[in-house]
Ligand binder design. Structure first.
Ligand code: GLC
Length: 445
């Protein structure tokens, strides 16, 4: 009996893992649709919602009982969008160098930023703004050739048919009332179909999947439904594993992540939405070095801004985006459309490679005055220059032994006068696709 039970449990696990494998595509099969994302490197994340009225934590402030739910919802009255200028937002995003943007269409508080038919809880029906925030923004982004992403919280703490509400109270459990849960899923599906039909996003950015498992979310069906509207749609990983790429949040990978596509989402201070008391701004230098680090390790950066309730963007965030954009203007050739750089050991810093692997870019953090060193490059070098200024740099190959096949060390002179305001990029032109030596220096290698 026991044995039968074990076998049938094993079979169930096997079948469900086979099903999951069928539902989640291999990297190879989605390679084409992921190409623009792989080339894009930089996206801007926008958290805009009623939480910006009082400048409290997005959704979490009532969920964690920092403020009462009624007080949180009273912010609906103050959401004016009076200075909302979607074209100015899109232009600023363009100026930053970003290739895509992701906006919160609905956060965990359940307040939709479009006129959803699924519920009255939306900024058109319930706030003095009275308008759809998404349509004009996507139109402006498209005018600027920026890809459009829709953030959508799967969990919805305001919906009466959603189980979760405050951190220590919930409405019901799914096992007690599966019909009520089905009703919630239908509501969510309706909202997702509205987004797909009305706004045709290039990317959907789920959040809040952690409260339920893939079977409860019916994640495989959600994926199928979304792709039936647009087979090219990119889906982030927060659909209990049914997405296309991983999204580490606020934490910086130290070793290169194993997954094929990933994106680090990060705030400009410590908050996603507008919070005037949070002055922990990251400096442009910090943002740029983090950006470079992500790209060198094969990832993208999704950098967040949180506009005020009137739609204006805090000056510190505008400044970060502009400085980042100026740096990208000078150095973008080493970032956009590149491949992840070298494994550690060849250069003490981040690197990227041109798509054909014949150009190596070296990123110098901090100010450099003197020689930098490259190891294990078998190619002949055709020339070395500074990306921002095009100035050519002198270099020499040290320690190349005539009888040994092991390459020498390349020392490149970087005068301080050639330093970028933030991060200097050195371009090494090779005589062909990069060919590395990764041995231990032994005679027989
Ligand atoms: C988290 C938070 C949420 C925020 C998101 C952005 O999952 O729940 O408030 O919007 O991260 O990545």
């Amino acid at each position: 009996m026991k044995q039968h039970l074990c076998i049938s449990i094993l079979l169930t696990i096997l079948i469900s893992s086979l099903n999951a494998q069928q539902a989640i595509p291999s990297s190879e099969s989605i390679k084409n649709k992921m190409q623009w994302f792989a080339d894009a490197k930089l996206g801007i994340f926008i958290h805009w919602g009623i939480y910006s009225v009082k400048g409290v934590g997005e959704s979490w402030s009532f969920h964690n009982k920092w403020i009462p739910y009624s007080e949180y919802m009273s912010q609906l009255k103050g959401f004016t969008g009076a200075k909302y200028d979607p074209q100015a937002w899109a232009d600023l995003i363009k100026q930053s160098g970003a290739r895509y943007a992701v906006i919160t269409t609905k956060h965990h508080d359940g307040v939709a930023l479009w006129n959803t038919k699924a519920s009255d809880l939306n900024v058109v029906k319930k706030t003095p703004f009275k308008k759809d925030a998404i349509a004009p923004f996507f139109a402006a982004l498209r005018k600027d050739s920026i890809k459009c992403g829709a953030y959508f919280s799967l969990l919805d703490w305001s919906n009466p048919d959603y189980p979760g509400f405050l951190k220590d109270s919930s409405r019901y459990t799914i096992s007690q009332n599966p019909t009520r849960w089905k009703k919630f899923l239908q509501f969510n599906n309706l909202q997702m179909s509205e987004i797909m039909q009305q706004y045709r996003p290039d990317l959907i950015w789920f959040d809040g999947d952690w409260e339920h498992n893939a079977a409860e979310w019916e994640a495989s069906d959600v994926r199928k439904m979304l792709l039936s509207y647009n087979p090219e749609l990119i889906i982030n990983g927060r659909l209990t594993g049914y997405g296309d790429y991983e999204t580490p949040e606020q934490n910086f990978p130290v070793s290169r992540p194993a997954y094929k596509w990933w994106e680090l989402c990060m705030t400009t201070n410590d908050s996603w939405g507008f919070q005037p008391t949070d002055t922990a701004w990251k400096s442009p230098y910090e943002v740029i070095t983090i950006f470079v680090d992500a790209v060198a390790n094969g990832g993208n950066l999704l950098l967040d801004i949180g506009p005020r309730a009137d739609g204006s963007i805090p000056r510190e965030q505008i400044n970060i985006l502009k400085e980042l954009g100026d740096w990208n203007k000078r150095n973008g050739e080493s970032i956009f459309g590149t491949l992840p750089g070298l494994a550690s050991g060849h250069f003490y810093g981040p690197t990227t490679l041109s798509k054909d692997s014949t150009t190596l870019y070296l990123f110098l953090h901090g100010r450099t005055n003197g020689q930098i060193m490259l190891k294990g490059i078998r190619n002949n070098i055709k020339g070395v220059s500074v990306v921002g200024t095009n100035a050519s740099l002198s270099y020499k190959v040290v320690g190349k032994i005539s009888w040994s096949p092991i390459p020498g060390l390349v020392y490149i002179d970087v005068p301080e006068s050639q330093n970028d305001k933030y991060v200097t990029v050195v371009k090494v032109k090779l005589d062909g696709p990069i060919h590395l030596y990764r041995g231990k220096g032994g005679l027989s290698e």
